[in-house]
Unconditional design. Structure first.
Length: 270
């Protein structure tokens, strides 16, 4: 069983979508520098029970990387997901998002709650609460975006892989991730930071109490920052459960894949 890839044009932008498995649909949104195909192929146990739908998000993988920053913004990106699901004949589904994809999944759930039957957020946040925090992050993301464009994709990936965030990952996983990261378009990554970075996106913390769907928050126990963030989110979301994966870091789906998929299967089965 292997993923099947198709393309869809949404608002004049080409999206590549990877599908794997049979069953109820589960929309999967990857993290920054990732792609839908690599993410969904890490979830074979879920593919036995669900139809995994994993788009390459704008600026990533084989999807378009427009020079206009507007489509990358959260409002546009969530509208594109809405239109993509319509194009695929999916009226509602569970949504799983990792890191950047988790922020997008949360935004989609806030803007279009009737389309989301269940929400799973891995190592993600609701954005930054204060204007000063958002402005500082916008400035730092712009610096990084410029470094991607001027230094090239290889230098950026070298820098990205050196972050302490990935210290729990095995050499084999790091090798696989590097190959897929190097295929990204530098302009796409830069504009993704500028349009949908943590500083650029709206703050969704004030919308959490309105979420009607059950929510599963997943973090790795060695990722102290996002475990604390998830703990705070769980206190505000009405129907939230927080699961911490032992010995895992920021990318729990890579560090503890069996425990990760079991937690999701159990949650969705309820």
């Amino acid at each position: 069983m292997h993923p099947n890839s198709t393309t869809h044009t949404i608002h004049d932008i080409l999206y590549t979508v990877h599908e794997w498995g049979i069953g109820e649909p589960l929309l999967i949104l990857h993290g920054f520098t990732g792609d839908g195909g690599s993410f969904c192929t890490r979830l074979p146990h879920l593919a036995r029970h669900y139809r995994l739908i994993a788009p390459d998000l704008l600026g990533h993988g084989a999807s378009d990387s427009p020079s206009d920053r507007t489509p990358y913004r959260m409002e546009s990106a969530t509208a594109h997901l809405f239109a993509l699901l319509d194009r695929m004949g999916i009226t509602s589904c569970a949504v799983l998002g990792y890191s950047m994809g988790g922020r997008l999944a949360l935004g989609f759930s806030v803007y279009h709650p009737t389309r989301v039957t269940a929400l799973i957020l891995e190592s993600s946040s609701a954005g930054l609460a204060t204007p000063s925090e958002r402005q500082a992050r916008i400035i730092s993301d712009e610096v990084l975006a410029n470094r991607i464009l001027t230094g090239g994709i290889t230098n950026f990936v070298d820098e990205w892989e050196a972050l302490p965030l990935w210290h729990t990952q095995s050499p084999a996983i790091k090798h696989d991730l590097r190959e897929s990261r190097l295929k990204n378009n530098p302009l796409g990554l830069a504009n993704s930071l500028r349009g949908m970075g943590t500083g650029a996106q709206p703050y969704f913390g004030d919308n959490l109490e309105e979420l009607p769907m059950p929510v599963l928050l997943i973090t790795g126990e060695q990722d102290e920052k996002f475990t604390q963030i998830a703990h705070s989110l769980a206190q505000k979301i009405p129907h939230a459960t927080h699961t911490t994966l032992p010995h895992a870091g920021h990318a729990g789906h890579l560090d503890a894949p069996e425990a990760y998929q079991t937690a999701i299967k159990t949650f969705l089965g309820q």
